[in-house]
Design a protein around this ligand. Structure first.
Ligand code: ADP
Ligand code: ASP
Ligand code: MG
Length: 449
């Protein structure tokens, strides 16, 4: 089987959804489909939640009306059969009404738990998946809408690999029978209420991960992520206009890219694929003939010095100064504090009397961590930084590339805060001011391409 996933832009209008259905039905291979919400809908739902919490139900009503109109408008152009159209319209109406009542309750208690937040966000994928499934049925294909809202096994408190293995098992049990019946399951990218909430624990763009979990659970031949660009490019095309498409990447390269901010795939997409050695392909819904990018175990070297350059914003650098550094046990003490608050560290650099780390600046626990560190060391905090990362196995064992990168940044007048190169030489990264990201990406891209 093949596990397909279509993103927000791909599902963004009736025209796009028709294109999605064309792609799905042009061959007879067994397949499942995971979808994101129609573009913009998740943002609207999150803001509806915030308005409800503030007690502004009039604003909530306006947002839900906008959401309803967008889906009704698409529905008119996607479904011809009158009965099916009425059924789909009724489904959308009921789901939105249910959410309105839920948000009314939130307006009273003025609080949103991660679980409630999940319930709000879930609606986006519930509506888009239902629409696509109804459209496929309208075109005469056997399809079933699969809502994963309740798939997560109860009683598990920690979100780790073990937890996701249980989710994979549940996915397999839910989806394989449908495949055997010859149906195309259209699955919500929202895969259930998880401890800490899906946005908190997995992060935005989670549907890529869902497709990867589905693909690995059902032992897919390939996981295909369909989006709005020709695969993975040498840089974000919104920031670097002459970025080029990459034919092939290794799991490791793709994982590094995703972890260092390339939004094209969610950072968790790769590990389930690695687990079962399933290739991942990134394709363009708007240009299906383009081969896109294949992500495989081994990848392939290009004749360029790198594959892609990316940047991750909203980074805070914490520098901890202490003369105790040289003694043993100091590092243990400070890293335990980060781990207690589940704050992950991207880069570390040390000197004789200080250690600097980069962390996600939006993490709400950061202030607490700084407080707890204070008895052991003097903590300096620098906000609004970004990590730049140049990625590619091409850099392994080739001297001079770091020099070219840093010279290009120097010539562009960009100050470097921290520099790091992993032992595998797959990734050279540096911390810069967030405002310089675009200039830095352009400078490196120009130098290396
Ligand atoms: P979807 O809704 O399909 O999941 P996303 O907006 O999440 O789409 O991801 C696709 C976007 O990722 C592209 O439109 C592009 O702007 C951005 N992007 C960032 N870095 C890269 C990169 N290296 N290659 C391709 N796209 C990238
Ligand atoms: N719709 C969700 C989001 O906007 C999930 C996704 O797009 O993958 O984050
Ligand atoms: Mg995405």
């Amino acid at each position: 089987m093949f596990s397909y996933k279509f993103g927000g832009t791909s599902m963004g209008s009736a025209e796009n959804i028709t294109q999605v259905a064309d792609i799905l039905t042009r061959n007879t291979e067994v397949k499942s489909v995971v979808v994101s919400a129609m573009s913009g809908i998740t943002d609207l739902l999150i803001s509806a939640g915030a308005h409800a919490k503030a007690g502004k139900m009039e604003d909530v009503q306006k947002i839900l009306d906008t959401i309803k109109e967008k889906h009704f408008f698409a529905l008119q152009n996607l479904i011809n059969d009158a009965e099916r159209q009425a059924l789909t319209r009724g489904f959308i109406e009921t789901q939105i009404q249910k959410l309105y009542e839920f948000l009314e309750a939130i307006a009273i208690i003025q609080e949103i738990s991660p679980r409630s937040h999940d319930q709000i966000v879930a609606l986006g994928e519930i509506l888009s998946a239902y629409l696509l499934s109804a459209h496929l049925q309208d075109r005469g294909f056997q399809s079933e809408f699969v809502n994963l809202e309740d798939i997560v096994p109860s009683g598990i408190k920690v979100v780790n690999r073990k937890f996701f293995e249980k989710v994979q098992e549940a996915l397999k049990n839910r989806i394989e029978p449908l495949l055997l019946e010859g149906k195309i399951p259209v699955i919500t990218g929202f895969f259930g209420r998880i401890p800490g909430g899906i946005v908190g624990a997995v992060g935005r763009g989670y549907s890529d991960f869902t497709a990867s979990l589905v693909g690995s659970a059902c032992n897919a031949e390939e996981i295909q992520i369909w989006t709005d660009v020709n695969g993975i490019l040498s840089a974000d095309p919104r920031l670097v206009s002459d970025a080029i498409s990459l034919e092939i990447l290794s799991f490791e390269e793709a994982s590094e890219l995703a972890n260092f901010g390339a939004k094209v795939i969610h950072p968790q997409t790769i590990w389930p694929a690695v687990q079962h050695n399933i290739p991942v392909r990134i394709k363009n819904t708007m240009n299906p003939e383009n081969p896109g990018t294949a992500i495989t175990a081994n990848g392939k070297k290009t004749n360029r010095p790198f594959k892609s350059v990316t940047a991750k914003k909203s980074i805070t650098v914490l520098t901890m100064h202490s003369f105790e550094m040289a003694g043993h046990g100091f590092m243990d003490k400070i890293f335990k504090i980060f781990s207690d608050y589940e704050i992950s560290i991207d880069l570390i650099s040390t000197s004789e009397a200080s250690v600097s780390v980069t962390v996600n600046g939006n993490n709400p626990s950061l202030e607490k961590v700084i407080q707890e560190l204070s008895p052991f060391c003097r903590v300096e905090e620098e906000r609004k930084k970004a990590i730049l990362a140049v990625i590619g196995t091409e850099m392994t064992g080739v001297p001079g590339i770091a020099g070219r990168i840093f010279t290009a940044l120097g010539n562009a007048n960009i100050n470097l805060k921290m520099i790091s190169q992993g032992a595998t030489e797959l990734n050279i990264s540096a911390v810069i001011d967030e405002e310089n990201v675009k200039i830095a990406l352009e400078a490196i891209h120009k130098e290396l391409l």
